[in-house]
Design a protein around this ligand. Structure first.
Ligand code: SER
Length: 336
């Protein structure tokens, strides 16, 4: 039976036709996006149809569902798991983020690039049908217009992460044009969430700040005041993935990757929001190497194409995000 689900945005109810119930694989599933995407996909496809994978051994993983250990550099292991479960859709999230990749550029390039090509080849060979692969605002660079950066503009990435994501976007487009591969992508801004911390990104301060606000009442930001960056609350990011993946392919005009906007703020503004809940909270600054990365990225993003093609419509304001983060983290930290 085809699976359908409903959701509401802009006051209207929209219906999305999902793919027939199918088996999906998430790589890098223990990361910030994967841990939340897994729960969403289980609610749609059923627990038995969602295979999550990461590099950690099973006994270190607290997850209710099917978990397979996969080192994404091992293409044979990937094929083995795909065949074992007859997987048709892959959410390929395993990657090194901007900060981590700068510490080991050649490995960052290899991991981010080789693994994408493994899945594109599997789709070309019709072993799998569909791929979701996240790109990033990291594809933009110092020559890119900073405010409301348009979908198509100068892209001059200055990090290995950005270079790998930009090359990846063009590989996706190439495989789509040449072989008809159904690969879909969005350029994520900084993602804010409470369930799993971010790991190794330039935008991570906007997650760390909430933990430190609750634990210590103060935070030292590695980005300086006034550093505006595009950001998005995780629920909106997951909703974007689901909308993109359930839209008819012929409606998609972009097969590199879609710009996604959402929020745009800088550390002091975020601190002001937190002070509404924790009045004594203090913020100071010790910028590190990530400041230069942040300075090279846009401060806000124009996402009209994503709105038009598949109804992208983020819901969270900085106020709603802050209340949600603090309420949930309070409970989480009390349990630890
Ligand atoms: N959040 C990511 C990073 O900072 C951007 O895609 O690396």
């Amino acid at each position: 039976m085809p699976n359908r689900f409903f959701f509401i945005f802009g006051g209207q109810t929209y219906k999305y036709k999902l793919m027939e119930t199918e088996t999906v694989l998430i790589t890098g599933a223990l990361g910030q996006i994967g841990s939340e995407l897994a729960e969403k996909l289980k609610s749609i496809h059923g627990k038995e149809n969602v295979i999550i994978s990461d590099i950690r051994p099973r006994n270190e993983v607290d997850y209710d569902g099917i978990y397979e250990v996969i080192d994404v550099m091992d293409a044979d292991r990937i094929k083995e798991v795909i065949e074992q479960y007859n997987i048709k859709t892959v959410y390929h999230l395993a990657a090194l983020l901007s900060g981590t990749a700068e510490k080991n550029p050649l490995f960052g390039w290899k991991l981010n690039m080789d693994t994408l090509l493994t899945f594109l080849e599997l789709a070309k060979d019709k072993v799998i049908d569909k791929i979701f692969w996240p790109s990033s605002i990291g594809i933009y660079g110092p020559d890119t217009p900073k405010e409301m950066t348009p979908q198509n503009t100068l892209k001059t990435p200055s990090t290995v992460y950005g270079i790998s994501k930009l090359a990846g976007e063009y590989w996706c487009n190439y495989y789509h044009q040449r072989y008809g591969v159904d690969v879909r992508s969005v350029r994520f801004p900084g993602l804010i969430s409470w369930k799993t911390p971010a790991g190794g990104g330039t935008t991570d301060y906007a997650v760390d700040i909430y933990y430190k606000a609750l634990e210590e009442g103060k935070y030292t930001s590695f980005l300086k005041a006034g550093t505006y960056l595009p950001m998005l609350y995780m629920d909106d990011a997951i909703d974007a993935i689901m909308k993109l993946m359930t839209t008819d392919g012929d409606q998609l005009t972009v097969r590199t990757s879609y710009n996604l906007g959402g929020l745009s703020f800088e550390p002091t503004e975020l601190a002001e929001e937190i002070k509404k809940h924790i009045p004594d909270f203090t913020l100071d600054f010790e910028p590190d190497f990530r400041q230069a990365i942040a300075d090279s990225w846009p401060s806000s993003i124009d996402d009209q194409v994503a709105q038009a093609d598949w109804g992208y419509a983020p819901q969270y304001s900085i106020e709603k995000m802050t209340t949600t983060m603090l309420d949930n983290l309070k409970v989480k930290l009390a349990k630890n």
